[in-house]
Design a protein around this ligand. Structure first.
Ligand code: ADE
Length: 230
């Protein structure tokens, strides 16, 4: 998969994919990520990417030209002529909320361009030049960069061949609309707290059953919103 990021802070991305799953995916040749400096597409002397809003008000607004020129150049074609498997995503608190389903859908793409907003917002007309708008949650962060990092990480884990065992995906939280069951490792007693006996029993049928029930109970108490009515 190819992922491009359009940002005024490309330096932020220098280290962050050198660890964990993204690093593994890059090393295995399954992922290629490039962060592009939006200022490369400015035409003014000061490489200014923002201006005051028409109509007044606080803060600055990102200009449309560098963003749309950047999107076109990175894609190598008109942003309005996207092929299947290609996505261009604006990171904004006004976008569709990211969840595991959205991540799964994105993981089927061949190519993703993540467009990071900054400041108080961007010129409304940019919206017509992307295929999607995504928010990582109902809170505001100071720009789309961290949201882009979240998407790269979450999507990378689902690329075929990145995770060692398919099983580790099956049991994970949010797959099948469930939270994951509790996990334990050595020591068997920690500060007087015991590992559930069933996990030491060696009986895999009982262990599977226990885990299923735990996942169900945990989802019910912590995230009842995930449970679909029958
Ligand atoms: N930019 C600012 N807040 C954001 C959010 N919650 N999701 C995506 N991009 C953002």
């Amino acid at each position: 998969m190819k992922i491009d990021i359009l940002t005024i802070f490309p330096e932020l991305f220098e280290e962050c994919f050198s660890f964990g799953m993204p690093r593994l995916a890059i090393e295995r040749g399954l992922l290629n990520v490039d962060a592009h400096d939006l200022r490369a597409w400015t035409k003014n002397k000061h490489k200014q990417v923002d201006e005051e809003p028409y109509g007044g008000g606080p803060g600055m607004v990102m200009k449309p030209e560098p963003l749309v020129d950047g999107i076109s150049d990175i894609l190598g074609h008109s942003p309005t002529l996207m092929s299947k498997g290609e996505r261009s995503i604006l990171l904004t608190p006004q976008g569709k909320r990211l969840d595991q389903r959205v991540v799964e859908d994105l993981s089927l793409s061949k190519r993703i361009l993540l467009v990071c907003g900054r400041y108080e917002g961007m010129d409304e007309r940019v919206r017509s030049y992307v295929t999607d708008e995504i928010s990582i949650g109902d809170y505001v962060i100071s720009g789309g960069e961290m949201a882009a990092m979240v998407i790269v990480d979450a999507v990378t884990r689902l690329i075929e061949g990145v995770l060692g065992e398919k099983d580790s995906l099956i049991d994970e939280s949010f797959i099948n609309d469930r939270l994951e069951y509790p996990q334990y490792t050595r020591p068997p007693v920690f500060n007087g707290d015991y590992v559930p006996q069933v996990l030491l029993s060696g009986n895999h049928q009982d262990i599977d059953e226990w885990r299923k029930n735990q996942a169900k109970a945990r989802t019910k108490s912590r995230r009842p919103d995930l449970i679909k009515p029958d």
